[in-house]
Design a protein around this ligand. Structure first.
Ligand SMILES: [Zn+2]
Length: 303
């Protein structure tokens, strides 16, 4: 009763003598992958780099997905009363950061010699504070953000909080989620090609990592570094003190693996390299602060 429901469709016998066909399947998939990359690449105004974002995914679609995810998360968590002091303070920090988004995008795009896109022009920004021991925060496409109360003692002051929130806003502005989705699609194409060509899983893995398709971790690290940089410029342009970034990430690193959420812990090579990177950006950040806050560096930032 061990009959194969597909009759004589034995993959071993089928594979023999089908080398030419398998090669064609691979070529077709490779062609489609190349076509997908070329037709969906776009220049990120914040970094001047060419990135891949599915052109079929509109800003409205992305915002709608962000909103849906936001509602789902808030449905599972307990939000702090919006009139509570902590909620008002966090909202005020968010407002200052958001008010500088267009200027910082225009400045960074000009620095790279590319056009700003004003992708966040239609965002409806909103920040909720979630009652939680986790030191976490996020910002979704469409402008929906959340800060977990566990982050408040780690941020320690408004400057530290602005560094974290700037980082999260930067992820949303640079469409890192959409970039990961496009990358996931390309990976699927690669996997289908591998399966169709009869390549074994080990070989497929080797080929894909050789072409940088499955190197998800360094890819995520790149996004983290970019969000650190753009977020720091945003915080500085909003008259917060960029020098608070280093002690902030030191405190975050001291939380240890168990307590810090993956967003801040596992995707970055190490706390030391992150802090060194932020240190190297201080002069640039101070330039932003002077430009937008004058010589005094913005007395409004105190506290
Ligand atoms: Zn991040």
């Amino acid at each position: 009763m061990n009959q194969d429901p597909f009759g004589n469709r034995n993959p071993q016998s089928r594979r023999r003598g089908a080398g030419g066909l398998r090669l064609w399947v691979l070529v077709l998939f490779a062609g489609y992958a190349a076509y997908y990359w070329y037709s969906n690449r776009t220049v990120d105004p914040y970094t001047g780099e060419e990135v891949m974002i599915d052109k079929g995914l509109s800003a409205e679609d992305e915002s709608a997905m962000g909103l849906q995810a936001y509602r789902e998360i808030l449905g599972q968590e307990r939000a702090v009363d919006p009139d509570a002091q902590v909620a008002r303070q966090i909202r005020a920090i968010a407002e200052r950061l958001i008010s500088r988004v267009d200027e910082v995008e225009a400045d960074l795009a000009a620095e790279k010699g590319v056009q700003p896109r004003n992708f966040a022009g239609n965002f409806e920004w909103q920040v909720s504070v979630i009652e939680s021991g986790q030191a976490n925060a996020f910002a979704l496409p469409g402008g929906k953000m959340a800060v977990y109360t566990g982050l408040v003692p780690i941020a320690r002051n408004a400057d530290g909080m602005a560094v974290v929130m700037g980082h999260e806003i930067a992820h949303a502005l640079m469409r890192h989620g959409a970039q990961r989705m496009a990358r996931g699609k390309l990976e699927q194409i690669g996997q289908m090609a591998g399966a169709a060509s009869g390549m074994d899983a080990g070989t497929l893995q080797t080929v894909m990592s050789a072409y940088g398709v499955t190197s998800a971790l360094p890819y995520a690290r790149g996004h983290e570094s970019q969000a650190d940089e753009v977020g720091l410029m945003l915080a500085a342009a909003a008259c917060f003190d960029p020098a608070e970034a280093m002690p902030l990430w030191e405190r975050m690193a001291q939380l240890g693996g168990g307590q810090s959420p993956p967003e801040f812990a596992s995707t970055h090579p190490s706390a030391e390299s992150r802090i060194a990177h932020l240190q190297s950006l201080q002069q640039k950040a101070m330039g932003f602060r002077q430009k937008y806050c004058g010589q005094g560096g913005g007395a409004a930032a105190a506290g």
